[in-house]
Design a protein around this ligand. Structure first.
Ligand code: ADP
Length: 736
């Protein structure tokens, strides 16, 4: 019910908000009181419509009736006249008499607009048929004669119209002579239908028994209709009662009422288009409805006015008017209630939000705790010292390895600076590094040697320090990871020492090799020269030449021979000195020497795992040799093997030791490309090399050393690919 609310609000003006429910109740009351008025209006409108309809029905009925009576009057007049004429004697006579009848009757009936026809029956066959009577009419006349009653046939005309006839039988006591007929001008019937009683907008039709339209009052309704359609015959039949019946002819919606025309079998139909009929009742019905609504509106306005007065008269309102600070009590309660409800909802929302925030916070806290634990476990499982310092260079996080390296527990380190923990100059060096890393903002590596500990060990650390940034990118300090490189540095130092020694030896041995060569080459010419000098002296003695010159010559030759002998003795001494090589010789256990040399090489290569397989016998193998020189031979051979297999996944590096009879057999093996054919025959000669950087001295030195120890060295292809360098040395005899 929107309608009642709107006027009441309008009438009240904008009432104070909390008072609205009361106003609504009053409006509802007014609406309920006014509802009967509306209902009454509607009912009156409906009743009025019914009355209009009934009135129209009555009007139609009387119009139909009047029309039917008018038509019957026309028909009866003609029947009466023809009946009177039918008694004429001249109709019984011959053709001549009939001609006379015609002439007389014509003049009499001219007023009816038609010509009288005599249609002879079968019994009166003596006379000739009416010359221009249609055959159909003749048949109809015979039918009327057979029944002995007047008939009202309809003769079809061109253009679909029909011409109504009135036929009256001509009978005598013994014979049926024929029938008298007269046409009725349709215009006469049209005129009979134009009645003053006819309601405006409607029309009258005169229909034949087959629905033929005989006459009509006007062309205003259903113009040009020639025949009532067969499908609307039921409507026509229904309309023959008192009722107003709807019918549909083509596109036209109608209301019809029908009235039979006595004796003829014809029907009078009153028809009015449905639209015209609706217009007839709609206007008054709307008038009644409008009246009802007007009453309703007036009632509501009155109710609104009344409601306003009532509200103003309420005690709370009056009080509110007197004291603006105090609100209407009802309104107060309502306002308070709605405020409480709103506050409750807001509180609930707040609580939900707080719960969500708390859940998120605890999740974050859990994650943070997990992260911290993860970080700690990562730090603790690292064997290398890891530490974090803040911008003031205080330790904020250290792992166990750091604590171990610093020689104090983690709690004693955290929160302190290096200056609090280490010697001043060393601490200052570390702090300078930290500051440099923070200033440059990128990681750097530093190597530091810690001051020697109690056992005198000076640990060397290689430390990578990186700037530590928070999630927002701000610099927070330094992160460091150290690695104890003491052992690596020691190994490197040992190897450097070995290499130095090796270089010295290589130089010395190159001189040795050359000296031996020179000695060997000079020995022969010196020997030959001494022989020639001896022969020259003998020939001078045999010739026996005398004189001071001869004596001088002999003395000179003897002198030359003595000098040559001396030169030979010097060379021999030199060779003896080289060959002796006894100086550094001792008993050397080969297996430990091999293991140590491989470890030394590995350390020198940065501590990488050298894949050298050692095949050493259980029992010790001893030889007499210079230990250092032998080690250098091994280093040389291993280096060559490593270089030959550089970059290969499967290098097949191995050192094998065994004893064959009195010989120790030491092999250095690899799976490299093997021996190059162009150098294979001269491998151990000086300056033979296939490598661009190689001196080609290594193997030649090896041979000199090995042979000086009384051994032999050889190179061969390894079965299955690669090279094998084999050293044979006599096993040292057991000394008692
Ligand atoms: P350098 O190594 O300076 O060339 P070396 O006397 O040690 O001098 O070696 C001489 C040559 O012998 C090498 O250039 C190389 O052609 C060959 N050689 C040495 N060892 C091997 C090896 N294990 N496999 C293949 N060829 C080798």
């Amino acid at each position: 019910m929107h309608a009642p609310t709107a006027p009441s609000e309008a009438a009240l003006g904008p009432p104070p908000r909390p008072a609205r429910p009361l106003a609504r109740h009053i409006a509802l009351l007014a609406a309920m009181l006014l509802a009967p008025a509306l209902g009454l209006g509607v009912m009156t409108a409906i009743d009025q419509t019914r009355r209009i309809r009934e009135g129209l029905e009555t009007a139609f009925f009387y119009a139909g009736r009047a029309a039917a009576v008018a038509v019957v009057k026309e028909l009866e007049t003609r029947v009466f006249l023809l009946g009177a004429l039918a008694g004429a004697r001249s109709l019984e006579g011959g053709e001549e008499d009939r001609e006379g009848f015609r002439a007389r009757s014509r003049a009499a009936l001219e007023a009816f607009g038609g010509r009288i026809l005599f249609l002879p029956g079968p019994e009166g066959a003596s006379g000739p048929a009416e010359p221009d009577a249609p055959g159909l009419l003749q048949q109809m006349a015979e039918a009327a004669l057979a029944r002995g009653e007047p008939a009202f046939p309809l003769l079809p005309q061109p253009e679909g119209r029909v011409m109504p006839f009135v036929l009256v039988p001509v009978e005598r006591p013994h014979a049926r002579l024929g029938a008298l007929g007269i046409p009725i001008d349709p215009a006469v019937l049209d005129a009979a239908l134009r009645l003053p009683e006819l309601p405006e907008g409607s029309a009258l039709f005169l229909l034949g028994p087959g629905g033929e339209v005989i006459a009509r009052s006007s062309e205003a309704v259903l113009p040009g209709l020639a025949r009532w359609p067969e499908d609307q015959t039921p409507a026509l039949r229904a309309a023959l009662g008192m009722g107003l019946v709807p019918a549909r002819l083509g596109a036209a919606d109608l209301f019809i009422q029908a009235e039979p025309v006595e004796r003829s079998g014809w029907t009078v139909v009153v028809a009015e288009p449905a639209a015209a009929f609706a217009a007839r009742w709609r206007a008054p019905a709307l008038r009644y409805l409008a009246g009802a609504l007007a009453i309703l509106a007036a009632g509501l306005l009155a109710a609104g006015w009344f409601a306003r007065r009532l509200l103003a008269a309420l005690p709370g309102r009056a009080e509110a008017a007197r004291n603006p600070g105090a609100a209407l009590r009802v309104a107060e309660f309502e306002a308070a209630e709605s405020a409480i409800r709103a506050a409750q909802a807001a509180l609930r929302r707040e609580a939900d939000r707080a719960a969500a925030v708390a859940a998120e916070n605890s999740r974050l806290a859990r994650e943070a705790e997990n992260d911290r634990r993860l970080l700690r476990s990562v730090m603790e499982s690292a064997p290398d010292p890891i530490f974090v310092k803040d911008r003031a260079l205080r330790y904020v996080m250290v792992n166990e390895a750091t604590a171990r390296a610093m020689g104090r527990p983690a709690e004693a380190i955290l929160g302190r600076r290096d200056a609090d923990l280490l010697a001043p100059d060393f601490a200052e060096r570390l702090a300078a590094q930290d500051r440099a890393v923070m200033a440059e903002g990128r990681p750097r590596e530093f190597e530091d040697q810690l001051p020697p500990d109690r056992e005198g060990r000076a640990i060397v650390f290689l430390t990578t320090k990186s700037p530590w940034r928070r999630a927002d990118g701000r610099l927070a300090g330094v992160v460091g990871i150290s690695r104890d490189v003491t052992r690596r540095r020691e190994a490197e130092a040992r190897l450097r020492a070995a290499e130095d020694a090796m270089r010295r030896l290589a130089r010395a041995d190159s001189l040795t090799v050359m000296s031996v060569g020179i000695a060997h080459e000079l020995n022969q010419p010196l020997t030959a020269s001494a022989n020639y000098l001896g022969a020259a002296l003998r020939w001078l003695d045999r010739a026996g030449g005398e004189g001071p010159a001869m004596a001088e010559a002999r003395a000179a030759i003897a002198e030359a021979a003595a000098e040559t002998q001396r030169a030979g003795a010097i060379l021999r001494g030199l060779r003896d000195f080289i060959d002796r090589g006894e100086a550094g010789q001792s008993e050397v256990a080969l297996a430990p020497l091999i293991a140590e040399t491989v470890a030394l090489l590995a350390a020198a290569r940065g501590g990488e795992e050298l894949p050298v397989a050692l095949e050493l016998p259980e029992t010790p193998v001893l030889v007499r040799a210079d230990r250092l020189q032998l080690q250098q031979v091994l280093v040389n051979l291993l280096r060559n093997a490593i270089e030959a297999t550089e970059g290969q996944a499967e290098r097949g590096l191995a050192v094998r030791l065994c004893v064959q009879g009195a010989q120790a057999r030491l092999s250095v093996l690899d799976r490299g490309p093997g021996l190059a054919p162009e150098v294979r025959a001269r491998l151990f000669e000086p300056f033979v090399s296939t490598s661009a950087q190689g001196m080609g001295m290594g193997l030649s030195i090896c041979r000199t050393i090995v042979e000086a120890q009384g051994g032999r060295i050889a190179a061969e292809d390894r079965p299955g690919g690669g090279a094998a360098f084999v050293i044979q040395l006599p096993v040292a005899e057991e000394r008692p």
